[in-house]
Design a protein around this ligand. Structure first.
Ligand code: SF4
Length: 357
């Protein structure tokens, strides 16, 4: 199963910049676009949908000013800040995730990037998780240089997340404390250390259609294996000057552009899918092959039960990646072919029975 979802990016793009723009500007009918994008989606990932759950191991205390982020300095977003969890706390989270059936443990920290002390602590934790739990680990910890990337790789880090977020020409509009080049060189450092890349975009921050295509092309150039497509959530205290109006139609076109430019990458319908795709959310599953459940770093999202229901309703199979609640794990172990069985969830079963004639 894992080999299938980590297909490399060796497959060439299926569209060029001009075709991508004609998808985004609405020249092509939406259903034709979805159908075109569904072909590589089903070729490389069949009907599976990979579910990711984020574990926020440090929240807030950030000196950066990324305009979209609740943890930015002077953000006034009212989040609860906490420092980097201890090695034992993170290990306990990973152990719990493994017991619940997780394949990969995904840790996220706030901040510009890890200092030497944090790198040592994270490396020790990664080594302990990989040695004692035999789990793959993904880390999102900000800006990295080659030396730090190498230390993390030697500790057993499997994948590094660092989103490009927007194009090079638009980057100055969303953040002033670091540059697009800093982001790019972090990805290059992780890549040259032999760590797999996860990097994506946030749309709806006032970018042009050209900006969207430029990020999709850049991720293709970098051969990024896992691409989260986030839809901007206008949190309290955000600093995005001109957020764009995203319609469900536009969100589906954006997903399609990322899929057609990066045909074999894991395309994730990420933060904001609920509010921006609304009634069209399940159509996104014909293009994207993964999503987040149970919310985002500082914003609530669809609960895992609703997410699984949506996946099953679309005739697809949920594939858990980063940790699931125990009851879902039990259901998976009991019935591998039909992991979702409403009888395992008494409240839902009662509810559904009441709906029957
Ligand atoms: S995205 Fe990361 S670096 Fe930027 S403000 Fe948020 S926590 Fe800080």
């Amino acid at each position: 199963m894992e080999a299938m979802v980590t297909a490399t990016q060796a497959i060439p793009s299926l569209i060029d910049t001009e075709s991508a723009l004609s998808i985004l500007d609405g020249s092509l009918p939406l259903l034709d676009v979805i159908q075109q994008a569904s072909k590589p989606r089903f070729t490389y990932f069949q009907n599976t949908v990979r579910i990711h759950i984020l574990d926020n191991i440090k929240n807030g205390y950030c000196p950066e000013d990324c305009g979209y982020c609740a943890q930015r300095k002077n953000g006034d977003s009212g989040i609860q800040e906490y420092p980097l969890k201890s090695e034992d706390e993170i290990f306990a989270d990973a152990k719990q995730a493994k017991e619940n059936g997780a394949y990969r443990f995904c840790m996220v920290t706030s901040g510009t990037g890890p200092g030497d002390k944090s790198i040592q602590k994270l490396s020790k934790t990664i080594r302990r998780i990989t040695d004692e739990l035999q789990m793959k680990v993904c880390l999102s910890a900000g800006i990295l240089d080659q030396g730090k990337a190498q230390i993390l790789k030697e500790a057993g880090l499997d994948r590094y997340n660092h989103n490009l977020n927007t194009s090079s020409s638009h980057y100055g509009e969303i953040c002033t404390t670091h540059t697009y080049s800093d982001r790019l060189s972090t990805l290059e450092s992780a890549q040259s250390a032999g760590i797999g890349l996860c990097s994506g975009v946030i749309v709806g921050m006032g970018e042009s259609l050209d900006d969207i295509v430029a990020v999709a092309m850049e991720l293709k150039r970098l051969e990024v294996a896992s691409i989260p497509v986030n839809f901007f959530i206008p949190i309290k205290g955000h600093a995005i000057a001109n957020p764009s109006h995203l319609t469900p139609d536009m969100c589906l076109r954006i997903l399609a552009v990322f899929r057609l430019i990066n045909p074999s990458a894991e395309i994730r319908m990420a933060a904001g899918r609920e509010g921006h795709l609304r009634g069209m959310e399940s159509m996104g599953l014909y293009i994207a092959n993964s999503l987040f459940a149970s919310g985002y770093l500082n914003v609530k999202g669809s609960e895992i039960q609703n997410t699984i229901q949506m996946i099953r309703d679309a005739g697809m199979v949920p594939e858990f990646a980063d940790g699931i609640p125990e009851e879902w794990s039990i259901a998976l172990k009991e019935d591998k072919n039909h992991p979702y069985d409403v009888k395992n969830f008494p409240d839902l079963y009662k509810f559904q029975k009441n709906l029957l004639p």
